[in-house]
Design a protein around this ligand. Structure first.
Ligand SMILES: [Zn+2]
Length: 128
């Protein structure tokens, strides 16, 4: 299990939601337009900054397509943990073996999965 700690903001959360609602690739402009429907106070620079954060955190992937950067949710990192106290967010890499087990051993066809854990992070746990 690996993780990256990062401050979790509402813009970051909204962008991640948009990415997870979409199966295909989106450009920053397309993401910006979708985000503007929810929150018109967010500028394009914020969108770029948050997209870079999400790429660094491993939540989304970035590809160049026709000279424009496009983004899509990362297929294997749908699990994350949010600290109720400090709002930090941890990405959790759950083994793909779990999906393979369901497909091959149990016979279930997994098309999509997501997991959100909430609780107290290790840093906050030390302070209690
Ligand atoms: Zn915490």
């Amino acid at each position: 299990m690996t993780y990256t700690m990062q401050r979790w903001t509402s813009q970051l959360s909204s962008i991640l939601e948009i990415m997870y609602e979409t199966e295909h690739f989106l450009s920053a402009d397309q993401i910006y337009l979708k985000l503007a429907e929810r929150d018109d106070s967010v500028g394009i620079a914020t969108v770029y900054r948050n997209l870079k954060k999400l790429v660094d955190m491993g939540f989304i992937s970035e590809v160049n397509w026709k000279d424009v950067r496009h983004y899509t949710k990362h297929p294997f990192s749908n699990a994350f943990f949010v600290c109720e106290k400090c709002g930090s967010m941890l990405r959790i890499d759950i083994s793909l073996a779990d999906q393979t087990y369901l497909s091959n051993e149990v016979g279930m066809r997994v098309n999509k999965w997501s997991m959100r854990f909430e609780g107290i992070c290790t840093e906050c746990e030390k302070c209690i």
